[in-house]
Design a protein around this ligand. Sequence first.
Ligand code: HEM
Ligand SMILES: [Cu+2]
Length: 632
Amino acid sequence: MSQAKKYTGVMDWLTTVDHKKIGILYLVAGAFFFLLGGIEAMLIRFQLMFPMNDLIGGEAYNQILTMHGTTMIFLAAMPILFGFMNVIIPLQIGARDVAYPFVNALGFWLFLAGGIILNVSWFMGGAPDAGWTAYVPLSTDFSGSGVDFYVLGLQVSGIGTLIGGINFLVTIINMRAPGMTFMRMPLFTWSSFIASGLILFAFPALTVGLALLMFDRVFGTAFFDPGLGGNVILWQHIFWIFGHPEVYILILPAFGIISEVIATFSRKRLFGYTAMVFATLLIGFLGFMVWVHHMFTVGLGPVANAIFAVLTMAIAVPTGIKIFNWLFTMWGGQIRFNTASLFAIGFIPTFVMGGVTGVMLSVPPADYQYHDTYFVVAHFHYVIVGGLAFGLFAAAFYWWPKIFGRMLSERLGKWTFWTFFFGFHFTFFPQHFLGLLGMPRRYFTYMPGQGLELGNMISTIGAIGMAVGSFLFIWNIIVSHRKGAEQAPADPWDGRTLEWSISSPPPEYNFKQSPLVRGIDTLWLEKMAGNKNVTPAEPLSDIHMPSPTIVPLFMSIGLFIAGLSLALRNWLPDVFQNAGIEASATTVVYVGAGVGIGITLICMLIRSLYDDHGYHIHVDELEDDGDKGVKA
Ligand code: HEM
Ligand SMILES: [Cu+2]
């Protein structure tokens, strides 16, 4: 038996390849960026609280608005989802880890590196200000250096997301426990699988788009410059070929979360499991067929608009199937109302409202009226906050005991739900009407006397409610992690799936013995059969584990240096000049990129040449969890 390299403290976190720890890193970083994006949101709402308000000027407003959207989508929603996917997918399929633990760690550090690059912009000449969609020529001819940070930051973090998604795909295809056929997989794993497939096909489009934009901005090419033979509309196509699937990458795992939580707290098997799986597949597929609905007003002509309108409307059909299946799951169930199930139940009507406005927007002549107004802002916040954020809160309250081994306070949790739920509807419901009244999106102010005062005031007050809900959640975390607070049992919710069959938090190897899966809702089946625990599929034996490694962190630092020097190419020469070194912007670009990419390549070389066979945990070191097992 080879001995494990063990690190403790900070080094343990910097070198970990354990999917549960990487999941926690994602959750912590995502929560941090969620707070940052939340502060930006509050600044936007305070600016819009009164007409002709001069709290923040137009220039700062554009930056805050851009960073709010970019941060929330790429640095908060995606990583928090990845956090849950990381911890939960291997547990739900009965695996000991993801397929590529090293790549998993690399994905996290790349995301973090990209997030930092983006936010460095605040201190280096201003944040990106062309909106989260970075339309050209706004993002080329009419923006400062901020968009460089957008391009490079998203490029680096996007690579992290892409390899993370591939890792989940391989994990789910290859690492399922014996008996865990595809049609026995829990819905969260299924929807994460499909979302990962969307990542595989959608993110390369973003990578290419950002690369072209980088060439236009940094190296003087003209892919998007019509004056030199380029094409502005090209960017919109590339962006939305990525961008629309991206919204499904976000919402599909949330659908999975809702399916798990509703089934568990209705104490019933999910209604229409097979239909749910195929509806999710269909939504994923159609998600690639509808991107032009973001471009109805561009002038692509009635034929293109009509085709994309019909395809967009078609998505409402599988989505409706899912809604009805959740309702039928609750129908006749023994529903328990706690924070997780309240968020899941609150999700249903809220998300339906977002879907309905989506179908309204999918009618091109109507969209000519709605486009770029607050109506669109209301629509996508209903789906992204009312859908995804509610789903993430449900997931947090549902899986918290499993991930952290502590129970969150239900009393505080219910306060969070109600303040967040009402805050949300107060914030975004009036925005539908503001949009219909003609209030344009992304403007930093509005005139008095046009009927926009009341709606904006209500909206800002609602946003305060959401902020209060979020702080109550943080307070909840602090309270439940005090010394001596209640420890979570293995199976606090009378769960149905495999993650509830092992201790909370799980040991580093997850399953002492790979479980034998005999049907959907494995754990529930065993409980109904009167078994104390899930039947093992293998004898007790040594467990092979991957070694911790610092290499993924250094690989990411390399790309961080490369990305940052490109973004800082106009700023660094001055710094060097003060230190007496002459360096032009071009030198900074080539030297910075060379050094950074060099570090990454050397790390890749080390990784390829150095054979690390991992280590084994010996049978007699395995945790004796006889007393922690699930009581059926
Ligand atoms: C029935 C389902 C849906 C339909 C029919 C639909 C339709 C549309 C349409 C037509 C637009 C373009 C509006 C315009 O700019 O004029 C739009 C915008 C948007 N939708 Fe949806 N949508 C649906 C679901 C979703 C979901 C599930 C999400 C996210 C989780 C989402 C997120 C967004 C976002 C972020 C935008 C604004 C993009 C931007 O311009 O910044 N939508 N939707
Ligand atoms: Cu779309």
